[in-house]
Ligand binder design. Structure first.
Ligand code: PLP
Length: 276
C-alpha cells in the first residue's frame, strides 16, 4: 500500500441513516441522532423531513420539506449506500411520510428499521399531522422496533392505558396488528415507576419483557426519545441483538441524563458522550 493512502479493505464501517426533523438546538431530531451514532462509532447519514423553529423552551414552527426532495434524497442515497439500519423520527406531514414509505419500499433488500413514532413535542406542538397517522402505522409493518412513549402508544392504538395490563394490550396491538417485530413502550410519562415494556414477536405469540426504570431527578430534558431510539439503532448497526441493543441504549441515555445541563432558559440537554 502506498504511504499515506487508506487501505479500504481492512475496515468495514457501519452506517446508520436517520430520517428525521432538524432541531437547530442540536438537542433532538437529526442533529441529536447524528451525535449518538458518532458516540457509538457508527457513521451517520441523514435525510431531513422538516425544518423546525425552536429553542430550549419549545417549538415555534414546523416547515416540512418538499415531499419530492425527501423522496429524491432517499432514492439517491439508497441507490449508492446501504445503511446497516434506518432510524425514522419526526415525519411532519402526510406527504413527506408517504415519500419515505415510497423510497423504502423500493429497497432491493429491506434494511432493519427503528421507528420513533414522534407525534408531538413535549410542549404539545404537533410534529406529525393527524392525517399522517395511517401511513406511520403502515411504516411499522415489518419494522424491527417501534419506540412510542405512553401518550403515543395510547393515541396510535386508541387504548386508554391506565393499568399495567393495558400496556401489554397496547404492545400486542403494535406487534400483532401493526406488524412490527418488537415495540418498546417507554414508561417515562407514567406517574408511577417509569418501567419500560419491551414486547417481541416470538413465533405466533408476543413475549412481554418488563424493564425496570429509574427516575433520574432533575427538570425536563430535551430529546431523550430521539437519543434512545438512535442508540438502539446504532447498537443494531453494530450487530447487537435487539434485547442487548435496548439494554445498552437505556444505560447510555441514563448516563447522559445524569450529566444533563441547561444551555438555554428552558429544558436541559443530555450530556455529550464521554462527559458524565
Ligand atoms: N424537534 C424534533 C425535530 C424532534 O424530533 C423532537 C422529538 O422527537 C422534538 C423537537 C421534541 O423533543 P422534546 O419533546 O424531547 O423536547
Amino acid at each position: 500500500m502506498r504511504r499515506g493512502s487508506v487501505d479500504l479493505t481492512i475496515r468495514t464501517m457501519k452506517c446508520a441513516l436517520t430520517i428525521a426533523g432538524s432541531d437547530p438546538t442540536g438537542g433532538a431530531g437529526l442533529q441529536a441522532d447524528l451525535q449518538v451514532f458518532s458516540a457509538y462509532g457508527v457513521h451517520g447519514a441523514g435525510v431531513i423531513t422538516a425544518l423546525t423553529l425552536q429553542d430550549s423552551t419549545g417549538v415555534r414552527g414546523v416547515m416540512p420539506v418538499f415531499p419530492s426532495v425527501a423522496l429524491d434524497q432517499l432514492r439517491t442515497l439508497l441507490a449508492d449506500i446501504t445503511p446497516a439500519v434506518i432510524k425514522i423520527g419526526m415525519l411532519a406531514s402526510d406527504d413527506v411520510a408517504r415519500s419515505v414509505q415510497l423510497a423504502l419500499s423500493g429497497l432491493a433488500t429491506p434494511v432493519p428499521t427503528v421507528i420513533d413514532p414522534v407525534l408531538a413535542a413535549s410542549d404539545g406542538t404537533s410534529l406529525l399531522e393527524r392525517r399522517a397517522w395511517p401511513v406511520l402505522r403502515e411504516l411499522m409493518n415489518g419494522a424491527q422496533l417501534v419506540t412510542p412513549n405512553l401518550p403515543e402508544a395510547e393515541l396510535l392504538t386508541e387504548i386508554n392505558i391506565e393499568r399495567t395490563l393495558d400496556r401489554e394490550t397496547a404492545a400486542a396491538i403494535f406487534v400483532e396488528k401493526f406488524g412490527c417485530e418488537a415495540v418498546l413502550i417507554k414508561g417515562g410519562h407514567h406517574t408511577g415507576p417509569p418501567d419500560d415494556l419491551l414486547a417481541i414477536r416470538k413465533d405466533s405469540a408476543t413475549r412481554m419483557i418488563w424493564l425496570e426504570g429509574e427516575r433520574i431527578p432533575g427538570g425536563p430534558v430535551h430529546g431523550t426519545g430521539c437519543a434512545l431510539a438512535s442508540a438502539i439503532a446504532a447498537g443494531l448497526a453494530l450487530d447487537k441483538g435487539l434485547e442487548e441493543a435496548v439494554d445498552h441504549a437505556r444505560r447510555f441515555v441514563a448516563a447522559r441524563l445524569r450529566g444533563a445541563s441547561r444551555l438555554g432558559s428552558g429544558a436541559a440537554f443530555l450530556a455529550p458522550a464521554g462527559k458524565h
